[in-house]
Ligand binder design. Structure first.
Ligand SMILES: [Fe+2]
Length: 330
């Protein structure tokens, strides 16, 4: 099905649904260069759909970096365990191994929680190994009233031990500060180059589209998928109630979709809305997917979905007081 609102603006692109209302497939019509795409329209589509799959474009690792630079203000450091690729500081391997990885929002347990992540397919798996995606808005909507209330009122506590790859032997320990809400009790151990800290964070995020809440966190993935994560609990140190844990697993499983990779595909994911993971694949398969993490995007959160000026005009007609208050602020 065509996404008509965007077809008329994006002359060089063809857009269609990826999974119903979640995600869109973007393909070239004229130019195969993604650098020629109208940025505002692309950002608008991304903010509405949560995931964009670019297919059929002329992309290589150098062009990929040029593209992500355009939509990135700052990159995340990514896990030290992941190898750099293509002589780039920002392009890294995904986690090694062929085992399944359950749903998660990339690095959602750390102070450096990327707003946008990108997966580029160098070589698709021959068999199985699909990337899985799940819309956090759909998950939240499908949760029971009890589970919704639970996550609205209970933040999650993540205890971390992160290797930085840089050590200063003999310098001992030093308190540290990340200046990120919920990140505290941080200590740098210079001898080992490790940082210990606690990150407290809601399992829910306000979406880019007004009135939406996204279930995007690190509650579903197995603990052994993430060596930096030492403990995951509620704020008082207790475990997630089993019935809540079972419900989020069951609901997210039902909402999980698969991306069947083609060489040269690029996924742009709203990491504060969508969760991702991967299906297992046979050991020895040459599946090669790389990741780029945009800690802070170059466009504001909700940049294309807020219509404040229009709302003020409308409210001003319906209720002069509200309208006048808004105008007074201006
Ligand atoms: Fe991941």
């Amino acid at each position: 099905m065509s996404i008509s609102n965007f077809d008329e603006h994006m002359n060089s692109l063809s857009t269609s649904d990826l999974f119903d209302a979640f995600g869109a497939i973007v393909q070239p019509m004229a130019s195969r260069s993604l650098l020629c795409v109208a940025e505002a329209e692309l950002i608008s589509l991304f903010e509405q759909r949560g995931v964009l799959l670019f297919r059929g474009f002329d992309l290589d690792p150098i062009k990929l970096k040029a593209l992500t630079d355009r939509y990135t203000e700052s990159y995340s450091g990514d896990a030290y365990r992941r190898e750099h690729r293509f002589d780039s500081k920002v392009i890294r391997d995904v986690d090694v191994g062929s085992q399944a990885v359950l749903l998660h929002s990339e690095a959602s347990f750390t102070p450096a929680w990327p707003e946008v992540i990108w997966f580029y397919c160098v070589k698709p798996p021959q068999k199985a190994g699909a990337t899985i995606l799940c819309d956090g808005i759909e998950v939240f909507q499908a949760l029971s009233q009890r589970a919704k209330n639970f996550f609205l009122i209970n933040p999650i506590r993540y205890d971390l031990d992160i290797p930085t790859g840089r050590s200063l032997p003999g310098k001992g320990e030093q308190p540290w500060m990340f200046q990120v809400p919920g990140a505290g009790d941080a200590v740098v151990q210079w001898d080992t180059g490790r940082v210990r800290l606690t990150q407290v964070r809601s399992a829910l995020t306000e979406g880019r589209v007004a009135g939406t809440l996204c279930f995007a966190n690190h509650l579903i993935v197995e603990m052994d998928s993430e060596p930096q994560l030492k403990r995951r609990s509620l704020i008082d140190g207790t475990e997630l109630p089993p019935e809540i844990r079972d419900e989020i697993k069951q609901v997210s499983d039902a909402k999980t979709r698969e991306v069947a990779w083609q060489a040269g595909d690029l996924l742009m994911i709203d990491n504060k809305r969508a969760m991702h993971g991967r299906r297992a694949y046979p050991p020895g398969d040459a599946r090669d997917i790389v990741i780029v993490q945009s800690n802070r995007a170059s466009f504001a959160y909700g940049a294309t979905t807020r219509h404040s000026f229009e709302k003020v005009k409308t409210l001003g007609r319906k209720g002069e007081n509200y309208g006048n208050q808004q105008q007074a602020k201006v």
